[in-house]
Design a protein around this ligand. Structure first.
Ligand SMILES: [Zn+2]
Length: 312
C-alpha cells in the first residue's frame, strides 16, 4: 500500500512543486492508519458480530444490506434498530446463527473527510472523478490531502485529484501571526467596510500565495492606489470610446497609425502573458502585468501621446 501511495504521488501536479516532496516524506514516515475510534458520537462502523462466537460478519452482501437500510432510514437507524432489522439476511459465517450485536466503534473523523471525493464526485452527474484540483492551506499535506489519497488509491489505484494547490497563511505587515493579544488582526469585513470588496479581491489576487501572505493598513492603502490607477485608465478609455461604433468607425489595420498598431500588439502580448499566468495558477503575475500595462504602456506613454489626436 505504501509503495502504491508513493508512486501515485508522482502522477499528481503539485502547486507549488515542493508539495510533492512534502507528501512523499510524510507517506514514507507515517504509521498505519487506525480507522476505528472508541467514541459515542460519529460515523458508525457498519459491522455486525455473532454474539456466541464473537465473530465479525465481514461479507460484502451483509454490509451492502446495512448500507441500503441506512440510505433509506438515515444513519440514526444504526443506533435505534435491531441488528436483524438492519440486515435481515445476516448470518454468522461460522455457526449460521442470527444472534447478532452491532459494533460500537466509530470511524476516525479523518476517514469521513477522506472519502468526500467518493461521496460528492461519484454520485453527481455534473462532477467527475478524479477532481481536477484540491485546494487548501499547506498544513493539509498531513491532513485532508493525505487521508483523501489513501482510500482513493486503495479503492481505485489512483489519486482522487489531478492537481493539489497549497497556499500559505495570512500574517500581519511584519510577517507575524495574527492574534487578539497582539491586536494585529485584520478582519475581511472591516476591509470591505473601509475600502470596498474590490480592494480586498485585488489584494487576494495580488498575493503570491505560495508563501505566507501579509496584510496591513499600509499594504491595503497600496492596493487601493493600484486599484485607482487601473480604474482611472479604464475611465479614460471609456470616456473616449463610449460613442465608438465599430460599424462606422473601424478602419482596416493597414490604415492604423503605427502607434495604434503598437498598442494593439502590446495588448495582445498582455493577454498571452495573462493566459499563461492563469494556467500556471500565478494570479499575482496577472495583477502585476495588468498594472504595468495600465500605468507604463497606457497612462505614461500611449494615452499621453494620444492627447494631441483626441483633443484637436
Ligand atoms: Zn456464530
Amino acid at each position: 500500500m505504501r509503495r502504491k501511495l508513493l508512486s501515485s504521488v508522482k502522477t499528481v501536479q503539485w502547486i507549488p512543486p515542493s508539495g510533492e516532496s512534502r507528501m512523499t516524506g510524510m507517506l514514507e514516515a507515517r504509521p498505519d492508519w487506525c480507522l476505528s475510534r472508541q467514541r459515542y458520537w460519529g460515523t458508525p462502523i457498519p459491522v455486525l458480530h455473532c454474539e456466541p462466537c464473537q465473530q465479525p460478519i465481514l461479507e460484502v452482501s451483509v454490509i451492502e444490506q446495512i448500507e441500503r437500510t441506512l440510505a433509506r432510514r438515515g444513519v440514526e437507524a444504526w443506533f435505534t434498530d435491531a441488528p436483524n432489522d438492519l440486515a435481515p439476511q445476516a448470518r454468522c459465517p461460522r455457526c449460521r446463527g442470527t444472534q447478532l450485536r452491532k459494533d460500537t466503534d466509530i470511524l476516525d473523523v479523518w476517514f469521513d473527510s477522506g472519502v468526500s471525493h467518493e461521496a460528492v464526485l461519484k454520485p453527481r452527474e455534473d462532477l467527475r472523478w478524479p477532481a481536477s484540483l484540491y485546494l487548501e492551506g499547506s498544513d493539509q499535506h498531513r491532513g485532508w490531502f493525505q487521508v483523501s489519497l489513501i482510500p482513493a488509491v486503495a479503492l481505485h489505484g489512483k489519486p482522487p485529484y489531478e492537481r493539489v494547490l497549497t497556499h500559505g497563511f495570512v500574517m500581519d505587515g511584519e510577517g507575524r501571526k495574527m492574534s487578539k493579544s497582539l491586536g494585529n488582526v485584520i478582519a475581511p469585513q472591516e476591509v470591505i467596510e473601509r475600502y470596498g470588496a474590490d480592494i480586498l479581491r485585488l489584494w487576494v489576487a495580488s498575493c503570491d500565495y505560495r508563501e505566507d501572505v501579509r496584510i496591513s493598513q499600509v499594504i491595503l492603502e497600496q492596493t487601493a492606489e493600484t486599484y485607482r490607477k487601473i480604474r482611472n485608465t479604464f475611465r479614460y478609455l471609456l470616456a473616449n470610446l463610449y460613442d465608438f461604433d465599430p460599424a462606422r468607425h473601424s478602419r482596416p489595420p493597414a490604415q492604423w497609425p503605427e502607434m495604434d498598431r503598437w498598442a494593439i500588439q502590446r495588448a495582445q502580448q498582455l493577454l498571452d502573458e495573462i493566459h499563461q499566468a492563469y494556467e500556471a495558477y500565478q494570479f499575482h503575475q496577472v495583477v502585476r502585468a495588468v498594472y504595468q500595462f495600465c500605468v507604463v504602456d497606457l497612462s505614461a506613454f500611449y494615452l499621453d501621446a494620444l492627447k494631441d489626436r483626441l483633443y484637436t
